[in-house]
Design a protein around this ligand. Structure first.
Ligand code: MG
Length: 127
């Protein structure tokens, strides 16, 4: 079974870039372009990890994060914030909101793949 990654970003270019990094590595990529869509997809079929943009119209990524971490059924799904917000206080707020990892844009494929393996606990695996 491939590892399922839900990528949440209101910017279609970001989705294309992320998919282009993950699919060649064998990850299954699911996309959402808004917070409500992301929450609905998680409910339908929980992913193994969520990559979550913060700045989105309507519901911000931090609100999505808080809802995921508040619910028993979804609290254990690792969430990586992937965001252009690079200030120290944003990073701290992200972790305080329950993020498992924080990646700032622009990111490299290596950073993204490492972050996913880290939150999945596979950083020492040899495969
Ligand atoms: Mg955005």
């Amino acid at each position: 079974m491939p590892i399922r990654v839900l990528v949440v970003d209101d910017n279609p270019d970001s989705l294309v870039i992320t998919r282009g990094i993950l699919e060649p590595k064998g990850y299954e990529v699911i996309e959402a372009t808004s917070g409500p869509q992301a929450l609905a997809l998680v409910e339908q079929s929980p992913p193994d990890v969520v990559l979550l943009d913060i700045m989105m119209p309507g519901m911000s990524g931090l609100e999505v994060l808080q809802q995921l971490k508040e619910r028993y059924e979804t609290a254990r799904i690792p969430v990586i914030l992937v965001t252009a917000k690079t200030a120290d206080e944003d990073v701290v707020q992200g972790y305080q909101s329950g993020a498992d990892y924080y990646i700032t844009k622009p990111f490299t494929g290596t950073q993204l793949l490492y972050g996913i393996e880290l939150v999945l606990g596979r950083e020492n695996s040899c495969d």
